[in-house]
Ligand binder design. Structure first.
Ligand SMILES: Nc1ncnc2c1ncn2[C@@H]1O[C@H](COP(=O)(O)OP(=O)(O)OP(=O)(O)O)[C@@H](O)[C@H]1O
Ligand SMILES: [Zn+2]
Length: 682
């Protein structure tokens, strides 16, 4: 579910492992690896230096008895004692065999330890052999250079480490210390590299129109200046991930043939307070130097969240300073600089209102997921360089992919091309595309073996979903059923609408709940008990039912009022202002809806038991059924299926159930992804 809040997407298979959010971890792992490596190197250096300087000059340790024999043999030229440690030199190199070794070594400079119990008269024998004896005080201070080294060495190394980190964070491989505050925006010059133009952007024509004025201004600023016209300082593009906001910004720069500075808002922020602000300053300075130009700030919400909001607990000083600096820079525009700031966000509703005031991001453009024609056009753009076999039906693909955004469609085309290459085709064939779609929609096949029992259960579970989908009036047609394990799911039933849906009737939503409960109901009807496989189904069911009651005014007891915050925006502490009594009522109403739907699911499956069996058995034979086979196995003709009667629900403005919708920030209604969930047994 965590995944979905980031990416409103009908093709979700619940229970799938959450992928990295779009704005995912930014600090590359290699930085940490290098940091660790550097630390190890410095520590090693520290150790080498101190052991080299602080260890006594190279002296071989010899046993005390050996030393005594050498004194007696008059082979000792001089000694120095520090407490019981004796250091000295033999008159000539002497063979010594250390205890436990067999090979002897030649020793001249030696050190030895006088045992405390020794009662020999060492001093007398030294004197009788005329050995000069020196002594050090045991706690004599170390020489001054050693003290300095011990005292400051580690500190110096630590400081060196920090300086190195600083420089890395400032992004200056080889950059001087002063490069902290340099912006790290990528600069795209119009002359170099491939130019992105509006021809590369498809399916969002209304949005293109909104920004053509800016293109025009950047091309001929004089025309506007002469008339004293104010061009917007900032344009905020908001919309779900992958809808082409970045692409659009680049296309604006490409069309206007001006330099394009691109940076993600999170790149301003570093651990060091003040760096972000100076990077902003630097970026705007650079842009002004080459004006007319475009600054594009991606993921603006990373720094542009409302100040003092709950999410920004802790560590928001830097963020706030950076945000303030952006505001200051934009306020500072006199309108003649010719710098236009474009910014993108997936979550315009969390932005600080200060950003949206006139003179800042006062123009807002909502980029919605593409509709049918838009998807067709985007497929056209991305298949430009792909050789397609005559049988490939782009219209058909566009029709079966409601809710997919530009990035998904691009990915789909790429998967199809990869598949075609792997299969040795010279052109991308229709089968490559449909198989790629299956992979994208349902997930990659997982190589696990189900036992016969598990397989049978899964077959009935999926058949339950599918049959209820076929029997429920107004439900989305069943496109595919599969009991091949993919991702987290053991099986998948995939339904998608025949046309884009913009709103839902209570009847349709009840149908969705009934269908989602179909898996568990089938298990109960056939096996008389249930398994954990229905967990994600139940999540989905509760989600829809709660929204029906709490957000869409579809329960009598609550009435036509909104009592719950939108999903994903609930306060983490449960402080969402819903009275406990209301909460209880909501729970009771949700339960009522779900229980009624479950009863209906059970009775439908009991009364259509032969069809359930036939579907499940067919599924066990072939593992995957497409639309035609599935309806045939159930003995229902798709055109007669009640589902076919009410296709293309009346448009409304309600968002798709269970899919956290983007709040539209502009005049256009929020077009949310349409409903089509593969419900699976996970
Ligand atoms: N309308 C579109 N027409 C053609 N291609 C598109 C469209 N929308 C998205 N794409 C493709 O998807 C890719 C990703 O889109 P892009 O990075 O612009 O999305 P975004 O809205 O900026 O997403 P995010 O919010 O995650 O940054 C683009 O490089 C482009 O190839
Ligand atoms: Zn299920």
């Amino acid at each position: 579910m965590a995944d979905e809040s980031k990416r409103p997407h009908p093709w979700r298979v619940e229970g799938a492992p959450p992928s990295d959010p779009p704005g995912g971890p930014k600090r590359p792992r290699s930085t940490w690896l290098r940091f660790g490596g550097m630390l190890v190197v410095l520590l090693a250096l520290n150790w080498i230096i101190s052991s080299f300087f602080l260890s006594p000059a190279e002296r071989a340790p010899v046993s005390y008895t050996f030393f005594l024999t050498q004194v007696q043999a008059n082979n000792v030229s001089e000694i120095t004692s520090t407490a019981d440690t004796i250091e000295g030199e033999f008159k000539k190199e002497t063979a010594y065999t250390p205890t436990g070794e067999t090979k002897s070594e030649q020793v001249q400079r030696f050190t030895t330890q006088r045992p405390s119990f020794a009662d020999d008269n060492l001093f007398a024998s030294l004197q009788s052999n005329d050995v000069p004896v020196n002594a050090n005080s045991p706690d004599a201070p170390r020489p001054i250079w050693q003290q300095l080294l011990i005292g400051f060495g580690p500190t110096i190394l630590l400081v060196a480490l920090f300086v190195w980190i600083y420089r890395r964070m400032a992004g200056g491989a080889g950059g001087a210390l002063g490069s902290f505050g340099k912006s790290r925006a990528k600069l795209y010059q119009p002359e170099t590299g491939p130019r992105t133009t509006f021809a590369d952007v498809a399916g969002i024509e209304e949005v293109e129109k909104e920004v053509t004025e800016i293109v025009d201004f950047l091309r001929e600023p004089e025309k506007y200046r002469k008339l004293g016209a104010q061009i917007p300082h900032g344009v905020l593009l908001s919309g779900p991930p992958g809808t082409g906001k970045t692409l659009l910004a680049r296309a604006v720069a490409g069309e206007a043939r001006v330099p394009f500075f691109s940076i993600s808002a999170s790149e301003f922020i570093e651990a060091i307070v003040g760096v972000g602000a100076s990077r902003v300053r630097d970026l705007f300075d650079q842009a002004k130097k080459v004006a007319p130009s475009i600054i594009f700030i991606d993921e603006l919400d990373a720094i542009g969240r409302a100040r003092g909001s709950a999410q920004s607990l802790g560590g928001n000083d830097e963020r706030e300073q950076t945000l303030n600096q952006i505001l200051t820079e934009m306020d500072g525009f006199t309108g003649s600089e010719g710098v236009v700031v474009l910014a993108a966000t997936n979550r315009s509703e969390v932005l600080d209102p200060a950003l949206l005031r006139p003179g800042r991001f006062d123009r807002r453009v909502v980029v919605s997921p593409p509709d049918l024609a838009g998807r067709r056009a985007i497929l056209g753009v991305h298949t430009r360089g792909v050789p397609l076999a005559p049988g490939v039906d782009l219209d058909g693909i566009a029709a079966t992919t409601p809710g997919m955004v530009g990035a998904d469609l691009k990915n789909l085309v790429n998967e199809a091309a990869l598949l075609a290459a792997r299969r040795g085709h010279s052109q991308v064939e229709n089968a490559d595309v449909t198989d790629a779609l299956e992979k994208v929609v349902l997930g990659t096949v997982r190589g696990i073996m189900l036992t016969a029992g598990e397989k049978e259960r899964t077959a009935f579970h999926e058949s339950g979903h599918a049959l209820l989908g076929m029997l429920t009036p107004g439900a989305d047609p069943v496109r595919k059923i599969s009991i091949i394990p993919r991702g987290q799911a053991l099986g998948v039933t995939f339904q998608s609408p025949s046309s884009d849906r913009y709103g839902y009737s209570a009847k349709y939503l009840r149908g969705r709940i009934i269908g989602a409960l179909g898996g568990r109901a089938a298990e109960e009807v056939v096996f008389g008990d249930m398994t954990t496989g229905a967990e994600s189904d139940l999540d989905q069911v509760s989600n829809i039912a709660r929204q029906m009651v709490g957000r869409w005014g579809m329960s009598e007891a609550i009435g036509p009022v909104t009592v719950l915050p939108p999903p994903g925006q609930e306060s983490p502490l449960g402080l969402d202002g819903v009275a406990p009594a209301t909460k209880e009522l909501i729970d009771a109403e949700v339960r009522k809806i779900v229980e009624a739907c479950y009863a209906e699911a059970l009775s439908l499956l009991r009364s259509h038991r032969p069809q359930l069996d036939s579907l499940a058995h067919r599924l066990l034979e072939t593992e995957t059924l497409d639309e035609a086979d599935a309806y045939a196995a159930a003995g229902i003709s798709p055109s007669e299926a009640p589902g076919a009667v009410a296709r293309g629900e009346a448009p409304g403005s309600a968002p798709a159930p269970g899919i956290p919708h983007q709040t539209a920030a502009g005049p256009a209604p929020a077009v949310s992804a349409s409903a089509a969930d593969p419900t699976e047994r996970a």
